[in-house]
Design a binder for this molecule. Structure first.
Ligand SMILES: Cc1cc2nc3c(=O)[nH]c(=O)nc-3n(C[C@H](O)[C@H](O)[C@H](O)COP(=O)(O)OP(=O)(O)OC[C@H]3O[C@@H](n4cnc5c(N)ncnc54)[C@H](O)[C@@H]3O)c2cc1C
Length: 494
């Protein structure tokens, strides 16, 4: 008989797991606290504009291909490769650097700034590529039975990579490049991992390989939310049931097995197997009330930065900006060393701007543009008070207007702001951390909260804060890992 699986949350990790399990004959039901599916991969419409709420591009697109293929489905998503990958504006320099995968084009962007760029990048990426391919199957794409199992697996990584475990990403970049500009641009990926390039180990140079050489960056025709819509269509066809505006707050067990979860209204949700797509660390603390994950312990973990996001619909077309843009100041070291732990608004904010109407005109009325601005800020442990939300938003809009030479403020048709408190409350993100647990060496692989519960043999986890980590393709891998575990441990008859 088909076994019933209850998934808590409907982020990408959940939807991908539901697709895999329903394709294997499991009966799947999903409960979600928000009013629509997708979690951080979300969407809204306002005043004639539409906005992707969080993610705007991704790497490792082949993980989506694998997801659909493993379920016997032709990939319904139409992907666009980003070219250039993104542009980077430094304060005081009018022209942005366009970052291309084509190294000859890239070298032209850095003429007079970094000599011999093609050879230097090739040498840097050759090492990073070796590391990526030597570790992908050992660290990222497998389940671990225990910390010991993980450490044993690590011994299979060739020893030649070990200096990169101790060296920082910044020193690795210093060894390969002379200009501050190239070093800063290539080190931006460290912030996605939840740390600065000065603390992030050089092993993560492999992310530069994934963006610049391997698979590049992609987005989805029609907007990122198409990922959710297309998977939802498939799930409804397979009979998966969804219950929105239903938040799980407590668990009922017999000691070794879970008997059910209860929601805020006291309703009991029962199944044979349970998967939590809620944050794997804070769910253990806040819903299962495990002492190892109480607030004190959670606060001692490393978390990624919080998002401060602004969604603008504006009149007029912006000429001096591309689809994906980073706006940086020229105090990088000071910024990096303070951004994680300050309690005040950054005076010189560093931010990312996505103008999806540049490639998808349906997002904005004719002659208009939709802007998504993401400014990474300290999480709520360090800056709990967001009464200065408008001040930071105005500061960013003013800075952006000057840098793209267009009066954005005077042309705003619609404006929505989400600060870390909003993100925390909307999707239960611990302390408003945008990407979940950080990825230092002590919080990855066997040291990350496992995708199998320590106590209950019928409870599993999927998503950004369990293995392997955060980001859209990585949570798709997470869905594969948890599905493998469930099938191994609870085969269903179909
Ligand atoms: C602003 C922003 C920009 C980003 N940009 C990118 C990007 O460009 N590229 C990229 O690859 N990644 C990006 N990311 C990261 C990416 O969004 C996440 O890694 C990924 O979406 C996480 O998916 P998930 O399945 O782990 O969980 P989530 O998306 O967090 O989904 C979990 C779901 O569970 C629900 N839930 C939580 N607790 C409960 C409960 N107790 N009961 C019921 N429901 C519950 C939540 O409401 C939520 O819907 C971005 C993230 C943010 C915040």
């Amino acid at each position: 008989m088909a076994q019933k699986v209850l998934i808590i949350g409907s982020g990408l990790g959940s939807l991908a797991t539901a697709l895999r399990l329903s394709s294997k004959g499991y009966q799947v039901e999903v409960v979600e606290k928000d009013k629509r599916p997708g979690g951080r991969l979300n969407f809204f419409e306002k005043d004639g504009f539409s906005f992707d709420m969080g993610p705007s591009f991704f790497s490792m697109s082949y993980e989506f291909e694998e997801l659909f293929k493993s379920c016997g489905i032709v990939n319904p998503l139409i992907l666009n490769e980003l070219n250039p990958l993104y542009s980077v504006y430094f304060e005081g320099r009018e022209k942005p650097f366009l970052i291309y995968k084509d190294l000859k084009k890239l070298a032209r962007e850095f003429e007079g700034i970094e000599d011999d760029l093609v050879n230097k990048v090739e040498a840097y990426l050759a090492q990073a590529g070796l590391l990526f391919h030597d570790t992908e199957d050992i660290v990222i794409r497998r389940n671990f039975r225990s910390k010991l199992d993980y450490l044993i697996q690590l011994t299979r990584v060739p020893l030649k990579h070990s200096p990169k475990m101790v060296r920082s990403m910044w020193s690795e970049l210093e060894r390969h490049f002379d200009s501050n500009e190239v070093r800063v641009i290539f080190s931006l990926v460290a912030f996605f991992l939840g740390s600065t390039p000065f603390q992030t180990p050089a092993v993560y140079s492999l992310l530069n390989y994934t963006e610049l050489k391997h698979d590049g960056y992609w987005n989805v025709k029609g907007g990122m939310y198409k990922i959710v819509e297309k998977i939802m269509d498939l799930l409804y066809q397979r009979g998966v049931k969804f219950h929105f505006e239903t938040e799980i707050v407590d668990a009922v067990s017999n000691g070794s097995s879970l008997l059910g979860f209860t929601d805020t209204k006291g309703k009991l949700w029962e199944a044979d197997i349970y998967v939590s797509n809620s944050d794997a660390a804070s769910f253990r603390g806040q819903v299962l009330r495990r002492p190892r994950f109480n607030t004190d312990k959670l606060d001692k973990l490393e978390w990624t930065l919080s998002p401060f996001t602004i969604y603008l619909g504006i009149k007029g077309k912006l000429e001096n900006i591309h689809h994906h843009n980073y706006f940086l100041g020229n105090n990088f070291t000071e910024y990096a060393n303070s951004i994680f732990k300050t309690s005040v608004n950054p005076q010189k904010p560093y931010y990312y701007v996505n103008v999806s109407s540049k490639s998808n005109p349906d997002c904005a009325p004719e002659g208009c543009e939709n802007l998504f601005i993401l400014c990474p800020v300290p999480d709520l442990r360090y800056k709990p008070n967001w009464s200065d939300t408008d001040e930071l938003a105005n500061n960013i809009i003013k800075d952006l207007s000057e840098r793209v030479r267009y009066d954005i403020e005077a042309n705003i048709i619609t404006k929505t702001i989400m600060n870390p408190v909003d993100w925390q409350n909307k999707f239960n993100l611990y302390r408003g951390s945008g990407l979940g647990l950080a990825h230092g060496l002590n919080q990855i692989g066997g040291f990350r909260p496992a995708n199998k519960d320590e106590l209950f043999k019928n409870l599993y986890y999927v998503g950004a804060s369990t293995v392997p980590g955060t980001g859209l393709p990585i949570v798709v891998i997470s869905s594969r890992l948890v599905t493998e575990r469930i099938i191994n441990e609870h085969a269903t008859i179909h």
